[in-house]
Write a protein that binds this ligand. Structure first.
Ligand SMILES: O=C(O)[C@H](O)[C@@H](O)[C@H](O)[C@H](O)COP(=O)(O)O
Length: 266
């Protein structure tokens, strides 16, 4: 059970004693959104990230979720991907395939990974093209205030520097307003070449979850959630503010340890 369900500036905070409790609740949260979305739209369009997120989702491969989730209705995307071959150890697709997608009955043709045979720029363009086709057929919803895709759920991790997806602090991609998917070739975290959803797409989702564990993220969590040092250039994670959707931060106690005045009450 979450130690705190506080709401702060439109963000729901869920803080857990440890990563085991967090991953139990995360599986439940994703399964509930999947059920609601399948009921409402007939499909569930979910975007994943890399990093520890995938192992934190692993309870979805176990009972009851392996049987109760309507896996055939899932359409899977990546909020960011490293531009490497799909079988490379750096590939977010490979991470998700090994840790989740190969263990549940998703439909292979519903897994939308990037074209790994072209440049980062072309891979971003191709990925946006695929997303545009699926918005047209409403496999992915569409925002009612812009033409942006409205993913049912975008799952993000956060680095100690406050980056989310492949949106890094002070990088010009933070200002991208037109493209849905863009690319970088100078990522401060290797590998350098990546594609990433832009902020307008992230902020058009119906639901965004930022999943953060470990003490190395505690300072960035404090800066973002407590709006500490407001004059400092915004950390990318702070710019994640869905216009109409729901935003939930899943934190373990270590990541939440520098938050102002968090009451750990059940
Ligand atoms: O492609 C990437 O590098 C990841 O998608 C990255 O954005 C990750 O989500 C964060 O760095 C958090 O990673 P951890 O949860 O492993 O710290």
């Amino acid at each position: 059970m979450a130690l705190s369900g506080a709401k702060k500036d439109g963000r729901q905070l869920k803080i857990y004693e440890n990563t085991d409790e967090l991953s139990t609740d995360l599986a439940d949260y994703i399964a509930e959104l999947s059920e609601a979305s399948v009921k409402e739209r007939g499909v569930f369009a979910i975007a994943l990230s890399g990093g520890s997120l995938i192992s934190l989702m692993s309870k979805l491969c176990e009972a009851p979720y392996n049987k109760t989730v309507d896996w055939a209705k899932w359409y899977i995307f990546w909020a960011d991907e490293r531009v490497v071959a799909k079988n490379h150890t750096d590939s977010n697709y490979r991470l998700a395939k090994d840790g989740l997608l190969s263990k549940v009955p998703v439909v292979p043709s519903h897994i939308h990974s990037i074209n790994d045979t072209v440049s980062a720029e072309k891979a971003a363009k191709d990925y946006e093209f695929v997303i545009r086709q699926l918005v047209r057929t409403r496999i992915i919803g569409v925002s009612d205030i812009s033409d942006c895709p409205k993913f049912d759920l975008i799952l993000l991790g956060m680095g100690p520097d406050g980056h989310v997806a492949s949106l890094f602090p002070c990088h010009s991609v933070l200002d991208e307003k037109e493209e849905w998917v863009t690319f970088i070739t100078d990522s401060p975290k290797p590998p350098p070449e990546r594609i990433t959803f832009t902020l307008p797409v992230i902020n058009s989702a119906s639901n965004v979850a930022v999943v953060v564990t470990g003490g190395s993220k505690a300072e960035a969590v404090h800066l973002v959630i407590d709006d500490a040092e407001p004059d400092r250039p915004s950390l990318p994670a702070k710019l994640v503010q869905p216009t109409k959707g729901n935003l939930v931060w899943f934190l373990d106690k270590a990541a939440a340890s520098k938050l102002d005045g968090t009451k750990f009450s059940e």
